[in-house]
Design a protein around this ligand. Structure first.
Ligand SMILES: Cc1cc2nc3c(=O)[nH]c(=O)nc-3n(C[C@H](O)[C@H](O)[C@H](O)COP(=O)(O)OP(=O)(O)OC[C@H]3O[C@@H](n4cnc5c(N)ncnc54)[C@H](O)[C@@H]3O)c2cc1C
Ligand code: SF4
Length: 507
C-alpha cells in the first residue's frame, strides 16, 4: 500500500492533480471495483476515482444520525421527484456494497435468457456468466447463512411459510466470521461484511491501481470518437478546500450506479437519447407482524430468510429488520399512533416484498446538473405488491402474529387472516404507501440495437470506441433478486472482454 492511495492523500489534497493511466474507472461500487481490480490484475495501470470518502471500520460508529450523512447519497434522503419513493444508494469507497445487506443471489437464468433473446445481448446466458459468477463468489466469500445466524425474525417467516406449505430458505450472503452485530447498513465496523471496500478495492491496490477518494468526475475531454480525459473536483475532507483534477487514459468506465451514471452521461451529452430511460428500481414495501412474545429482531443479522413461491411472478419476500429511525419513518404512523407502534419495537417481525418491476422510469438532470428521478409503481406492479403483502400477512398469522401492520396512510392493521382481503382495497399512490428502492438498474442498458440501447453487449457505449459503462445501469430489465452478484459478474465479464482485446482498446 503506497501513500498515493491512502486516505491521508485525500486529506492532503492541496493542489490540482494531473493523472494518467491505461484505464480510469469512475466509481468503486459493485461494478467499478471489480473492473478496476481485474484490469489491474491483467497488467494495466488503473486509476479509481470515487466521489465518496475513504470511510473504513474506524469511521463506522453504528449511529444512524452520523452514518446516513457520511455514507449515503443525499444522506439517505434521496427520493423520486414527487417524493413518493425513497432511493437508497451509497456514496463512499465501495459504493452501495459498503452499506448493503450482503444478500447474495445468482441471476435467474430466465431473466438472462430474456436479455439474450429480446435485447440481443451476446454471451449472457447463465452458462456464459458462470465463470465470472464463480470468481466473484470466491472473492466475496459467498456462503449460505448458518441456521443459527438466522434471527427469530427470519425464523418466524420460515415457520409461517412451512405451515402454509410454502418454500422458504436461508439466504446466501457475503459475510465471514460475522459477529452478528446487526449494523451492516451503517458500515461493518468489524470488516466481516465482504464488501468492495475490503475485497476488490484492496485487490486492485495490491495489483498497482491508484485510488482517489473525494474525487468527483464532472467533465469529459474528447477527440473524435474517443474520450481522452476526465476532469473534476477533489475535496480535501479535512478542510473542505477544493482543487481540480484531470485524468488521462486510453479506456474509461463510468461505474457510478444507475442514478449517477446517467446523470454524468446526460450532463455531458454522451450516449444518446436512451441514457436515463428504462429505469427499474425493484420497488419494495414491507409488512410488520406484532407477536405476543418478544422477537428482538434487532438483535443479530437483520436479514435471514426469504420465501420464493411467487418469484416466477416477480415477487420475492425477504425477512428484514431496521433501526428505529428507518423503521419508524417507514411505518406511516404519526403522533400517538407512531409512539404506540414503536413501543412494541421488540415485539415486531418485519419482511419486505420486493418486485421484479415491469414498470419503467427515467433519470434526467435539472439545471444544476442534479438527477431528477421520475418513477412510480406501474398498475401491474401494484397488483404484485398486493399479492405479495397478502401472502406475507398470511405467513405471519400462520406463525402466530397477533396483528399485521401495512405501511400505508390509512393505517391498515389486520387482526386475523380473515382481514387479509382488505389489502386489495389499498390505493398504492405516491406518499400514501412506504415504497423504497435499494436497487437501481437499467439506465444505460446493454443491447444489440443502438436505437434501443446505450451500450453493446460488453458495456461499451455505442459510438464511442473507449467509453464503457460498468454497473447496474447495464441491465436491460430488472433482475428480480438482489443484484450485487450480477453486477459484479458483469464487471468481471467486461474485464475479460477488454483484456482479450487489448490491441483494440489500449492501442
Ligand atoms: C441499503 C442497501 C442495501 C442493499 N442490500 C443489498 C443486498 O443485500 N444484496 C444485493 O445484492 N444488493 C443490495 N443492495 C444493492 C447493491 O449494493 C447495489 O445494487 C450495487 O452495489 C450497485 O452497484 P453499482 O456498481 O451499480 O453502484 P454502486 O455500488 O452504488 O457504486 C457507485 C459508486 O460510484 C460513485 N460515483 C457516482 N458518481 C460519481 C462521479 N461522478 N465521480 C466519482 N464517483 C462517482 C458513488 O459515490 C458510488 O460509490 C443494497 C443497496 C443498498 C443501498
Ligand atoms: S452483522 Fe456481521 S457483517 Fe453486519 S455489521 Fe455486524 S459483524 Fe459486520
Amino acid at each position: 500500500m503506497t501513500a498515493e492511495w491512502m486516505p491521508e492523500v485525500g486529506a492532503d489534497y492541496d493542489h490540482d492533480l494531473e493523472l494518467e493511466a491505461d484505464a480510469v474507472v469512475i466509481g468503486t461500487g459493485a461494478g467499478g471495483a471489480v473492473l478496476a481490480s481485474e484490469l489491474a490484475e491483467g497488467g494495466r495501470s488503473v486509476i479509481m476515482l470515487e466521489k465518496g470518502g475513504y470511510n473504513t471500520r474506524k469511521d463506522f460508529n453504528q449511529q444512524e444520525k452520523d452514518m446516513f450523512p457520511l455514507l449515503f447519497e443525499e444522506g439517505g434522503g434521496r427520493t423520486t421527484k414527487d417524493g413518493g419513493m425513497v432511493i437508497l444508494h451509497g456514496k463512499t469507497v465501495g459504493g452501495s456494497t459498503t452499506v448493503n445487506w450482503a444478500i447474495c443471489f445468482d441471476p435467474p437464468g430466465r431473466v438472462l435468457d430474456e436479455w439474450a433473446d429480446k435485447h440481443g445481448v451476446e454471451q449472457i446466458r447463465l452458462a456464459d456468466l458462470r465463470p465470472s459468477l464463480d470468481k466473484v463468489r470466491f472473492v466475496l466469500n459467498v456462503q449460505k447463512m448458518l441456521p443459527d445466524e438466522v434471527t427469530r425474525n427470519g425464523q418466524l417467516l420460515l415457520d409461517g411459510a412451512a405451515k402454509l406449505g410454502l418454500h422458504g430458505d436461508r439466504f446466501e450472503h457475503n459475510r465471514t466470521q460475522c459477529i452478528r452485530s446487526g449494523f451492516c447498513i451503517l458500515g461493518c465496523a468489524y470488516d466481516r461484511k465482504q464488501t468492495m471496500l475490503v475485497t476488490y478495492v484492496p485487490r486492485a491496490l495490491k495489483f498497482g491501481a491508484k485510488l482517489y477518494p473525494n474525487a468527483e468526475v464532472e467533465g469529459f475531454e474528447r477527440d473524435g470518437d474517443r474520450i481522452t480525459a476526465v476532469t473534476g473536483t477533489l475535496t480535501n475532507p479535512k478542510t473542505g478546500k477544493q482543487h481540480k483534477f484531470r485524468a488521462k487514459a486510453k479506456l474509461f468506465s463510468v461505474s457510478g450506479g444507475a442514478i449517477s451514471t446517467p446523470q454524468l452521461l446526460r450532463k455531458n451529452n454522451l450516449g444518446g437519447d436512451r441514457v436515463g430511460q428504462n429505469l427499474t428500481l425493484h420497488p419494495t414495501t414491507a409488512a410488520v407482524g406484532i407477536f405476543d412474545d418478544p422477537v428482538r429482531a434487532f438483535d443479530g443479522i437483520h436479514f435471514g430468510s426469504y420465501v420464493s413461491d411467487l418469484e416466477p411472478e416477480g415477487i420475492i419476500i425477504e425477512s428484514v429488520f431496521a433501526y428505529p429511525g428507518l423503521l419508524g419513518s417507514a411505518l406511516f404512523r404519526w403522533g400517538d399512533a407512531a409512539m404506540t407502534q414503536m413501543e412494541r419495537y421488540d415485539h415486531m417481525a418485519a419482511a419486505i416484498v420486493l418486485l421484479h418491476d415491469d414498470g419503467r422510469g427515467t433519470v434526467g438532470v435539472d439545471g444544476y446538473g442534479l438527477p431528477v428521478i421520475d418513477y412510480w409503481v406501474s398498475a401491474a406492479d401494484q397488483a404484485k405488491f398486493k399479492k405479495g403483502l397478502a401472502m406475507l400477512a398470511r405467513i405471519y398469522f400462520a406463525a402466530g402474529a397477533r396483528e399485521v401492520s401495512i405501511p400505508h396512510a390509512t393505517g391498515l392493521t389486520l387482526h386475523s387472516p380473515d382481514d387479509v382481503f382488505k389489502i386489495d382495497a389499498l390505493a398504492i399512490e405516491p406518499n400514501r404507501m412506504a415504497v423504497f428502492s435499494a436497487h437501481q438498474m437499467g439506465t444505460a442498458a446493454m443491447g444489440k440495437d443502438p436505437a434501443a440501447s446505450v451500450t453493446d453487449s460488453w458495456g461499451r457505449v455505442h459510438a464511442w470506441r473507449n467509453l464503457f459503462v460498468c454497473d447496474g445501469s447495464l441491465f436491460p430489465t430488472s433482475i428480480g433478486v438482489n443484484p450485487q452478484l450480477t453486477i459484479a459478474a458483469l464487471a468481471d465479464r467486461t474485464a475479460r472482454h477488454v483484456l482479450a482485446n487489448q490491441g483494440r482498446y489500449f492501442a
